[in-house]
Design a protein around this ligand. Structure first.
Ligand code: AMP
Ligand code: MG
Length: 485
């Protein structure tokens, strides 16, 4: 049975394991009373070169519910700044690195668990993941991926039949184990821990590994200092791009501690996240984020601060001044990436730079001033857009204008003028491209909190999973296309 399981027969590579046990502890998985496969990601199965039809639900359960047929499992060691305070007691407390495999795209991927039992880092916690937490992470990752955010995905979710007690869910609540599929689970906090123990040797060794696997182009630099600097500059750029992706899709991660920042610049770990409804920079996702530290609008700044925090460990092996210089362009890079993504949401691939900046700024001003949902606005733009808008400014959002009050109409007027100028800067025959870009950028269904609660309700009351699968299907095809993931 084991030998026939295609998930177990994958070519697992000991990339991280071969670095030695300074970076992890070998752990085992908990035994669960039940195993019900609630989600399997066939898109990712294909990415591993497997035919989904050849992988049974039983194969998933054997590998990613019972955790049979493979070892060792590695609980990674890390620290991190949590809400600004250094915490040296972190580490994989309810998960481990299950294994590493290469996709058919050539990328090395990590299978990492969440909710697989206690480890030396559980700190009195139960090592478990609630079913609702698992469902929420599956949804977040699939939604973000479909919206073009560089994110980890969920590979599988198995319900495990235990009763859990949590302060933030009606309890007892159901349990699950999630297998996450990501580029890497090496975090900023993995390096911070090594600085805490004053181990520049281990920092350099880990960094060379990170460069080899995730920044291979840096190998062109034979000089180690140049290589490290290339890595850090590229990481800053990737994080700026990620922040712009979150911001443009209206996503608030919620817990941007340095242990939740991937060294590859990929988004991961979806706990109390939320997509915002109305545009609001102060919107917070985590109920325990009293000061709004990780609010929607703070995310770019927090990312920059986390990159700054990473300088502390890197400083042990390279000059601080160069790190600082490499971080300097962050804000400009972020703004450029953000403007580009927002322009696309407005239907433009390219505009004159000043016009582009003015349009994006005025759009944000409008969204701040009027009572309209962030996603509703862009979806209405997509639905109502007409090539006539280029000829007649008065036609722009004319139906919306009639329907809304005069204060909103007054707010809309200057926006309408600039949108008209932008359209006029294009040729008439380009209006089709505008319409297509609007359609291909602005989702029909957004994973707002009420959407999640609406699918959780039937699961919890009558074990009806259909609404969850229906929502999953919609968020996996946010622009209406079918059968494409
Ligand atoms: P997170 O908020 O998921 O990023 O986790 C922060 C830290 O708390 C990590 O070290 C986790 O492994 C740990 N942790 C979170 N929940 C649990 C739990 N239920 N049992 C043990 N450790 C946990
Ligand atoms: Mg975490």
């Amino acid at each position: 049975m084991t030998a026939a399981n295609p998930l177990l027969a994958l070519d697992y590579l000991p990339a991280l394991e071969s670095l030695g046990d300074d970076y992890y502890d070998v752990v085992s998985a908990a035994e669960f009373p039940q195993h019900r496969l609630r989600f399997r990601n066939d898109d990712l199965v294909r990415r591993l070169g497997l035919d989904p039809a050849a992988v049974s639900d039983g194969d998933f359960i054997e590998a990613f519910g019972k955790f049979q047929g493979r070892e060792p499992f590695l609980a990674l060691r890390y620290h991190g700044y949590q809400f600004g305070e250094y915490n040296p007691f972190l580490g994989d407390g309810r998960g481990f690195l299950y294994g590493q495999v290469r996709g058919i795209d050539g990328t090395l991927y990590d299978f990492g668990t969440k909710g697989s039992g206690t480890t030396p880092y559980s700190r009195g916690g139960d090592g478990r993941l609630t079913l609702k937490g698992g469902v929420r992470e599956v949804l977040a990752a699939e939604a973000l991926h479909a919206l073009g955010v560089n994110t980890s995905r969920a590979f599988s979710l198995v319900e495990t039949g235990e009763a859990l007690w949590r302060g933030d869910e009606p309890s007892p609540t159901r349990s699950s184990v999630l297998v996450r599929f990501s580029q890497s689970h090496i975090r900023f906090g993995t390096f911070e821990r090594l600085e805490y123990h004053n181990r520049p040797d281990l920092i350099a060794k880990l960094l060379e590994h990170v460069i080899d696997v995730y920044y291979p182009e840096a190998r062109l630099f034979t000089d180690a200092q140049e290589r490290y600097l290339h890595f850090y500059g590229e990481l800053c750029d990737r994080v700026a791009r990620l922040a712009a992706q979150w911001m443009s899709v209206g996503f608030c991660h919620g817990v941007l501690n340095t242990d939740n920042m991937s060294i590859t610049g990929e988004s991961f770990d979806y706990g109390p996240y939320a997509f915002m409804d109305g545009y609001d920079p102060r919107f917070t996702a985590a109920y325990f984020d009293y000061a709004g530290r990780y609010s929607y609008g703070n995310q770019p700044l927090i990312c920059q601060m986390n990159l700054k925090a990473l300088q502390k460990p890197l400083k042990l092996i390279m000059p601080e001044a160069e790190l600082e210089t490499a971080l300097e362009p962050f804000k400009d890079r972020y703004e450029t990436y953000y403007r580009q993504r927002m322009l696309q949401k407005l239907g433009f691939e390219q505009l004159d730079a000043d016009l582009a900046t003015a349009l994006v700024n005025q759009t944000i001003d409008l969204l701040s001033a009027v009572q309209v949902g962030y996603h509703d606005f862009f979806f209405a733009l997509t639905e109502q857009f007409s090539p006539r808008w280029r000829e007649q400014a008065g036609d722009i959002f004319s139906t919306t204008l009639q329907a809304s009050d005069s204060a909103a109409a007054a707010q809309l007027e200057p926006w309408r003028q600039i949108y008209h100028r932008c359209l006029q800067s294009l040729k008439a025959e380009q209006m089709e491209q505008v319409a297509a870009l609007l359609k291909g950028t602005n989702p029909q269904t957004v994973l707002l909190r009420p959407e999640i609660e609406a699918v959780w309700e039937p699961i919890t009351t009558e074990d009806n999973w259909q609404p969850f699968y229906d929502l999953l299907d919609k968020i996996q095809h946010p622009f209406g296309q079918i059968g494409q993931t």
